[in-house]
Design a protein around this ligand. Structure first.
Ligand SMILES: O=P(O)(O)OC[C@H]1O[C@H](O[C@H]2O[C@H](CO)[C@@H](O)[C@H](O)[C@H]2O)[C@H](O)[C@@H](O)[C@@H]1O
Length: 524
């Protein structure tokens, strides 16, 4: 199951296609087209270059879905080697022109509509209502001239601030999909730039239109059949039901609910087709398995090998909570970018160092807190104070369970006496960090901007296992691919990841798949 989120802080409008997304009218349209074309092809005298086989479901998706009636007639008949004159709007229904045949299709559609049962998809109203409750404005678009009647018949007209349908498009002279004009008109009427709008579409031509209009995000809806058709057309993500679209500012999926990356490989590969990748990876618990003693952690040689191959094809960075030098030594690959102390210090492959300006009070605070904590915790067996340049970690993995609270409350109490510091929790570790607006998410974005992406449109990929990695997973939730390395250490916690893997060795397997993809980006 693929799920996605619309973050109300990032988007102010959502433009929904109607047929097949909001209303179950695609089947009504499809049946009307089939009735028209089957009848027309059966009656038309045969010619050697023409294909008169009956209208198929795939023809609906390929030639008429989402298009204006006249274009649908011309495109489908054209695919069968048949050309009819365009005609004009006054042509009688059934006349052998695109307008005449389109009018007959409309008659069949209205007959079928009158006989149809419930029209609204059950999953549409809850999503639209939750968008509106959170202040996101909604628009509906349709190439259909019957959009208003369908919405009324479905009882859905009040769900939208704006409607751009076939009637308005004709009046304004807007070209149909895959041109972006109808989508852009909807965004304009929502008073919102397309980049701050999400488009929700089930048709290939519609996805292409929204993409061409530079919508902030294009969500494909494939209620039946594989997502590949819409991913290939440019959808950022494809869901099978609108119930898989949430509207929240916080992560809302549990580790156990995140789809397995290996099982979803075809979908990931399709998304990356013909695009570059840029990888940013956490270290402990992600590239290297967790050990009792942090100083004994070793990254497997097979992982180093895969990272090296990856870095020959795509930019790769390691973004760790460890000290910069520490993580660099353990990974031991000169061609990578590195960020240490949760991103407060960064280094490029040529060795240039960049440190975040955290201010003297934070650095002095870390020095003081270290002194106090070493003194206070020296009598608690198993506790370990680890000073990094921009952080102070207190490990309690080896502390007896009944003394854990003592460690945590000491760090909490001492940390609070330094206003320039904040607390961060990790896997059996609690840390003090400079209390500035910087975290792994900000550092990740900085890296992406400076790593010299292999061409525009490269997809950022981040993998991590811990709470602090969630800032990075959240940062690329909209434009990248996030992978969480699952562990049971924090229970079935919430995550921003799109996919999961079971452990670091499974992540290495996934990275190896990225190697083959980066070697041959056209492959899926
Ligand atoms: O961002 P990361 O690269 O994941 O670093 C986070 C912390 O990782 C290390 O601690 C963790 O791994 C240890 C070794 O396996 C384990 O003993 C500990 O319980 C884990 O929390 C590292 O020692 C810390 O400095 C990092 O902040």
């Amino acid at each position: 199951m693929v799920a996605t989120n619309i973050d109300p802080r990032r988007y102010r409008g959502v433009v929904f296609d109607m047929d097949g997304v909001i209303t179950d009218t695609a089947a009504v349209h499809s049946a009307a087209w089939k009735r028209l074309f089957d009848q027309y092809l059966a009656e038309r005298p045969h010619a050697s270059n023409e294909d008169h086989q009956s209208f198929r479901q795939a023809d609906y998706a390929d030639y008429v879905d989402g298009k204006r009636r006249v274009d649908g007639v011309l495109d489908f008949l054209g695919s069968r080697g048949i050309s009819v004159p365009r005609g004009d709007a006054d042509d009688a229904a059934g006349l052998e022109t695109a307008h005449g045949l389109g009018k007959l299709k409309d008659r069949y559609f209205l007959e079928a509509l009158a006989a149809a049962g419930a029209l609204l998809f059950d999953d549409a109203v809850p999503l639209i209502e939750s968008l509106r409750e959170r202040g996101i404005r909604t628009a509906v678009i349709s190439a259909s001239r019957n959009c208003r009647q369908v919405l009324r018949r479905a009882g859905a007209a009040q769900l939208f601030d704006v409607r751009v349908d076939g009637v308005l498009a004709d009046r304004l002279g807007l070209p149909g999909k895959p041109e972006p004009a109808i989508f852009l008109e909807a965004a304009r009427r929502l008073d919102t730039p397309a980049s701050a709008c999400v488009a929700v579409e089930d048709a290939k031509a519609g996805v292409q239109a929204a993409k061409a209009g530079s919508f902030g995000r294009v969500i494909g809806v494939a209620r039946t059949g594989p997502p590949s058709r819409l991913l290939q057309a440019g959808a950022d993500v494809v869901v099978s039901t609108l119930s898989d679209v949430s509207v929240t500012t916080s992560a809302d999926r549990r580790l156990s609910e995140v789809a397995d990356a290996h099982r979803c490989w075809d979908e990931i590969a399709l998304r990356l087709r013909d695009r570059g990748l840029v990888l940013v990876l956490d270290f402990d618990g992600t590239l290297a398995p967790i050990r009792e003693d942090p100083t004994e952690v070793v990254m497997p040689a097979s992982t180093r090998d895969v990272l090296q191959q990856l870095s020959r094809r795509s930019p790769v960075a390691v973004l760790s909570g460890r000290d910069l030098d520490d993580v660099r030594r353990r990974v031991h690959l000169d061609e990578l970018w590195y960020a240490g102390s949760h991103g407060f210090e960064l280094a490029s492959p040529d060795g240039a160092l960049i440190a975040h300006d955290v201010g003297d009070s934070a650095l002095l605070g870390l020095d003081e807190a270290e002194r106090h904590l070493r003194e206070e915790l020296k009598l608690i067996p198993g506790s370990r104070v680890d000073r990094k340049r921009f952080a102070l970690a207190v490990h309690y993995r080896n502390v007896r369970l009944d003394s854990t609270d003592e460690v945590l409350s000491a760090v909490d109490r001492i940390g609070r006496t330094f206003p320039a510091l904040r607390l961060a929790h990790g896997r059996r570790v609690i840390e003090l960090l400079p209390d500035v607006d910087w975290n792994k998410g900000r550092a990740l974005r900085w890296l992406l901007e400076h790593m010299g992406l292999a061409g525009a449109g490269a997809v950022p990929i981040f993998a991590g296992d811990d709470y602090t990695d969630e800032d990075a997973l959240r940062e690329i939730h909209e434009d990248g691919i996030g992978v969480v390395v699952r562990s049971a250490e924090h229970g079935d916690r919430l995550t921003w990841a799109h996919y999961g893997v079971d452990d670091p060795s499974s992540l290495t397997g996934l990275l190896a798949r990225f190697v083959s993809l980066a070697a041959d980006p056209g492959r899926s």
